[in-house]
Design a protein around this ligand. Structure first.
Ligand code: ITT
Length: 199
């Protein structure tokens, strides 16, 4: 039998992020599902002291639930570069440094044969009492380009060439990213979970 608290997940869920790129991807990926994604209005700053994407997403979701007393979903994501031992990984936001981080990655890979990288997106849903109700983590695999290209998307999109494509995520039509990215896969999994509650 389904846990009572799960049955009570409301349609309106607060997204615990300060990242505008994430917010707009969430809004368009949840369109037409009946899930209303509302951005957190209160000033929101989470320390993110965990050593995994799931731990950091859990910290953000719980903190947002504590502040808002509502059901909250949080995203912790980043880019892992194989030849850099998985860095910047959970440190992707601070490593980005207004785009300087993209140049650092390209420089680090200058003589590397292995240009493989993947994005990770961990999502965690917390109840209004701050209990974790659901979580997932998905990947998007690709390679690092020779230089930043394109203005679509956000963050490291201009240096990430998804497997199966010849352009960077920054050059690709945004509708393509919406279908295949780490965030798209995680949100799809959330939508399946959400719809299963109402059936
Ligand atoms: P919140 O914690 O407020 O959600 P943030 O930007 O600090 O916002 P993260 O700690 O999860 O979020 O850091 C993720 C970073 O990884 C993000 O700032 C980007 O630089 C990068 N990133 C994540 N998803 C990405 C995507 O789809 N495309 C490009 N870069 C991405």
């Amino acid at each position: 039998m389904m846990n009572k608290s799960l049955k009570e997940v409301p349609k309106e869920i607060i997204l615990a992020t300060t990242n505008k790129g994430k917010k707009s991807e969430f809004e368009s990926l949840c369109e037409g599902t009946g899930i209303l994604i509302k951005n957190i209005e209160q000033p929101f700053e989470c320390e993110e002291t965990g050593d995994s994407f799931i731990e950091n997403a859990t910290q953000k979701a719980k903190l947002a639930a504590k502040i808002t007393r509502s059901y909250c979903i949080a995203d912790d994501s980043g880019l892992c570069v194989e030849s850099m031992n998985g860095e910047p990984g959970i440190y992707s936001a601070r490593f980005f440094n207004n785009g300087a981080g993209m140049i650092k990655i390209i420089e680090a890979l200058r003589n590397c044969v292995n240009r493989n990288a993947f994005f990770v997106c961990a999502l965690v849903l917390a109840s209004s009492e701050g209990r974790v109700l659901w979580q997932t983590e998905k990947k998007w695999e690709g390679t690092i380009s020779q230089k930043p290209l394109g203005n679509n998307g956000f963050g490291y999109d201009p240096i990430f060439i998804p497997n199966g494509y010849s352009q960077t995520a920054g050059e690709l039509d945004e509708n393509v990213k919406k279908e295949i990215s780490h965030r798209a896969k995680s949100i799809l999994s959330f939508k399946e979970f959400f719809l299963s509650l109402n059936n």
